[in-house]
Design a protein around this ligand. Structure first.
Ligand SMILES: Nc1ccn([C@@H]2O[C@H](COP(=O)(O)OP(=O)(O)OP(=O)(O)O)[C@@H](O)[C@H]2O)c(=O)n1
Ligand SMILES: C[C@](O)(CO)[C@H](O)COP(=O)(O)O
Length: 236
């Protein structure tokens, strides 16, 4: 086991473990099965996401987090060496389970099975930023719509300056120590892992994301992903 503690060594030779939360229900997709097991070109989103991480060449170990009743079938489907653990009710719970299983990590990536077409080059760029000295790195893209804040009745309460807004993607990368501290301090759920790091005062750096890393959430997203998976090589 690599047990690097020197910060410089963490950067240069530290062990990278990627967590792939895949225990969601996929209610917005509405396919009737957990989303990570919906297929593109006959391959599950989970398998595509794992393959992308492996193809990036920058990940030492992959831990997937799945519904408890899928553990055995996922072990059979995924390449040998990929670890499989049970998820929880919310994404934050599932990531927490993955962190517990990644005790030998120096650097942690948290990815979504739902971002099945993420190019390996994006994964490599996130790890390169961590190795260059960043503690928390998230891929992000400018938003193309105007974003409004609203109250519970739907009345508009504000229009944030769009130039300051970004839509963030995964994988999000962290030093393992920082992410563990963020999760230890978390007393409520977050919609992304960087949000928990922000809550403990961590500095999170964005890098330019990739449109192919979009999250397959709705039936329209799935139609787009299936069209892209048929028409394009997965690697960019
Ligand atoms: N309890 C949960 C909820 C989500 N996820 C994972 O987190 C990623 C992003 O979540 P999302 O896209 O919201 O997936 P679902 O929760 O499945 O979608 P929905 O909210 O529509 O049910 C997905 O890979 C999903 O499987 C998870 O591991 N455990
Ligand atoms: C983590 C995430 O993919 C970053 O954009 C996103 O916040 C997950 O949100 P979801 O509602 O759980 O899909």
């Amino acid at each position: 086991m690599n047990n690097v503690t020197d910060p410089a060594e963490v950067r240069s030779g530290g062990r990278v473990i990627a967590l792939v939360p895949a225990a969601g229900r996929g209610e917005r997709l509405g396919e009737g099965i957990p989303k990570a097991f919906v297929t593109l070109c006959g391959v599950s989103m989970l398998r595509l996401a794992v393959d992308g991480l492996i193809e990036s060449g920058v990940v030492d170990r992959v831990v997937v987090i799945v519904p408890a009743d899928r553990i055995d079938s996922v072990r059979a489907e995924l390449p040998e060496g990929v670890d499989v653990v049970a998820g929880g009710a919310e994404r934050t719970d599932s990531v927490r389970a993955g962190i517990a299983a990644a005790e030998d990590a120096d650097l942690l990536l948290v990815h979504d099975a739902a971002r099945a077409l993420t190019p390996p080059s994006l994964i490599a760029r996130v790890v390169a930023e961590l190795r260059a000295g960043r503690d928390a790195v998230v891929p992000a893209l400018p938003v193309s719509d105007t974003i409004k804040t609203v109250d519970l009745l739907g009345a508009v309460t504000g229009t944030p300056d769009r130039s300051e807004l970004r839509a963030v993607q995964t994988p999000q990368g962290f030093t393992a120590d920082l992410l563990r501290r963020a999760y230890a301090a978390a007393d409520s759920l977050a919609t992304d892992d960087a949000g928990l790091v922000e809550r403990i005062g961590g500095r999170v750096r964005t890098i330019v994301g990739d449109p192919m890393a979009f999250k397959i959430t709705t039936p329209l997203d799935l139609a787009l992903a299936r069209a892209l998976a048929n028409d394009e090589p997965i690697e960019q």
